[in-house]
Design a binder for this molecule. Sequence first.
Ligand SMILES: [Zn+2]
Length: 92
Amino acid sequence: MTNKAAGEARKGYEKFTGKCLSCGYQFEFASYTSDGDKVRRRDGDISFCINCSATAEFSGNGLKPVDEKELPIEVKAGIEATRQAWLKVKYK
Ligand SMILES: [Zn+2]
């Protein structure tokens, strides 16, 4: 990817710079995992760090901590499935 491309919005991604609350990994984009580019990120959606697998909650233009134990069971199941896929890629 060129530097020019990195600065432009990509299909299915939103320019969203920030740092992971757990490991400090700096990211530049948030992707729409639910329905591709049909559903935009909303406050309360869960983020998943691709560096350490920590979760947080989107809030305005940032992230805030989230207690996974307090999330609905279907959300926890989605996080666990994502974490299992992440582990396979990270440690293959
Ligand atoms: Zn992280």
